[in-house]
Design a protein around this ligand. Sequence first.
Ligand code: KIV
Ligand code: NA
Length: 263
Amino acid sequence: MRTTLTNLQTMRSKGEKIAVLTCYDASFAALLEAQGVDVLLVGDSLGMVLQGHETTLPVSLDDMVYHTGCVARGAKQAFIVADLPFGTSQVSPEKTFENAARLMAAGAQMVKLEGGSEMVATVEFLTRRGIPVCAHLGLTPQSVHQLGGYRVQGREQKQALELIEAARELEQAGAGMLVLEMVPAILAEEITANLNIPTIGIGAGAGCSGQVLVLHDMLDVFPGKKARFVKSFMAGATSIAEAVGGYVREVKAGEFPAKEHGF
Ligand code: KIV
Ligand code: NA
């Protein structure tokens, strides 16, 4: 049976950690869910790890629809979240709904969009019309040029309070899940404690309801320097399946992320 948002909500309530990985194709979808990955995120990170772009900005809605379809055909159990790429969620709630509907038709069970209080009206519009939404706060890669680089967010008191408030507003508006990227562990913990929905951390410490990594990072496939929050699970593993299984085990046990992966 396919995992539902209700199942994920129950996991959060019971304190059972949610294991998430990004996924872009059918073969990996089957492998990942066989190793116990609860949620497959069809991330616009595919712009970097599949397409070779420097940022996620060039990814199109057609790209995301294609990869969401690939993942949905390969997965029988996992919950599938698909990213709304740059330019498809920022203009208006109505346009965002039309774009999100294409991802849902391709097999997504939830769409993810980046941003804080400016996205509240859109989150409300979608969720009231049947499209579950995962919000994404902290480092929001589609805003990398506005943020001035891939840097930790919420270190200063004022920005931390803004993030806490935005998380509350997004939940209030109907968001069913929240990704927290590159924020101090103590802030992610506080945001999680303030909410009832699951929080999924990446570079946000061990206090979130679950964790996510980019598949090509944790398998050590992506070339170049790794971010501090990434751990290679291929080290010591004899197969990709074993590496993924190790990730799931460490997330469920609260062993990953360790202190050194956080801020
Ligand atoms: O696109 C992506 O992979 C993501 C995760 C890193 C959260 O948004
Ligand atoms: Na993304």
